[in-house]
Design a protein around this ligand. Structure first.
Ligand code: NDP
Length: 323
């Protein structure tokens, strides 16, 4: 019976979650390649996989014949083949809601740092330039009078919008479908949003549809005062086009928390003085990462106790409905 609830946990990622899972479940710790290399009986003993950041592809799902649930750490699950899992009847869960405020806080911080050059101003102070050269130069950019477009007005996008209301800026948005609970101007296309705004905050998921959605044309529409902030997924931005737009002054600045090939950041972005770069830290506080980990644990526990889960991904919703 105990083997029927054996859980594999990825070796990488949030330590507290892994430790707590090991305390609560019969666990085997391993990265996908290690799990694939296990003998048949051992692979057949695994009923759940908690991925704290490791990719889960169709090959791994097929190699675990009794897998019932994949509990993924994080709200974005582009590293999990959720369509294949659903086809195999494997439930996938993620961690929505619990990180909305943290990620929105980071998005606002990144926006202000990008506009007002606060990280560079601090370096100025630390390098002794305040006393040797005087005041830090006035910043050409400001949040004042900006028109902000939110690309992806979902859970996190709404938390960003609520914060932006306090800053007194105009808020527009683009989703595939218009929301019926907000009065912000809706744009049916990203091109229309970028045309109407000078500031674009991207918080859409990384999907085949959103891949390179922010390209040279979208950036040009933001104009020479344009600012891009990306806290969604790196794949959404054509980084080559962005590097060129920052170099050529097609847009003024960018603030990025996510990159297409993490942890590799393109040299053109590293070289751009008008890029504010963060190492994917939007949800990375002890508080919020623990809340995300707790939800991973709760999803697994509820699955093994009652056959239900708290937060299935949309692809898995039909597998758990009515239970
Ligand atoms: P939601 O699903 O609540 O929101 C996503 C929004 O994007 C929805 O409003 C959706 O609207 C819109 N959207 C999705 N696909 C498209 C598309 N093809 N074109 C236009 N709009 C689209 O997700 P969350 O707000 O919870 O999270 C968003 C993403 O943020 C995550 O998927 C993750 O990748 C990223 N993230 C990054 C973090 C970081 O550390 N930097 C931390 C947390 C999340 P509609 O369906 O109407 O199109």
């Amino acid at each position: 019976e105990r083997s029927a609830r054996r859980v594999a946990v990825s070796r990488r990622g949030h330590g507290w979650t892994r430790q707590t899972l090991q305390d609560r479940f019969d666990c085997v710790v391993g990265e996908p390649d290690e799990l694939m290399a296990m003998d048949e009986a051992e692979r057949a003993s695994i009923a759940g996989f908690a991925t704290l950041m490791s990719p889960v592809d169709a090959g791994l799902i097929d190699a675990l014949p009794n897998l019932k649930i994949i509990a993924s750490f994080g709200v974005g699950y582009d590293h999990v083949d959720a369509a294949h899992a659903a086809q195999r009847g494997v439930v996938v869960t993620h961690t929505p809601h619990v990180l909305d405020d943290e990620v929105a806080d980071t998005a606002i911080g990144l926006l202000l740092n990008t506009l007002r050059e606060l990280p560079r101003a601090e370096i100025w102070l630390r390098m002794g330039k305040w006393s040797s050269e005087g005041a830090y130069p006035l910043t050409p950019l400001t949040l004042r009078d900006r028109k902000v477009g939110i690309f992806g007005l979902g859970r996190i996008g709404m938390a960003v919008a609520r914060r932006l209301e306090g800053f007194g800026v105009a808020i527009h948005y683009h989703n595939r479908s218009q929301r019926d609970d907000v009065a912000y101007p809706y744009h049916a296309t990203l091109a229309s949003l970028a045309h109407a705004c000078d500031t674009l905050i991207s918080v859409v998921p990384g999907t085949a549809q959103t891949r390179h959605a922010i390209d040279a044309d979208i950036l040009a529409r933001l104009g020479p005062d344009g600012v891009l902030v990306n806290v969604g997924r790196g794949s959404v931005v054509d980084e080559t086009a962005l590097g060129e737009a920052l170099r050529a002054g097609t847009i003024a600045a960018a603030g990025l928390d996510v990159f297409e090939d993490e942890p590799n950041v393109p040299q053109a972005l590293l070289d751009a003085p008008n890029a504010c770069l963060l190492p994917h830290v939007a949800s990375a506080s002890v508080h919020t990462r623990q809340a995300m980990g707790q939800l991973v644990i709760d999803n697994l526990a509820e699955w093994f106790e009652r056959g239900t889960v708290r937060t299935p991904v949309p692809e898995a919703a039909h597998l758990v409905e009515g239970r």
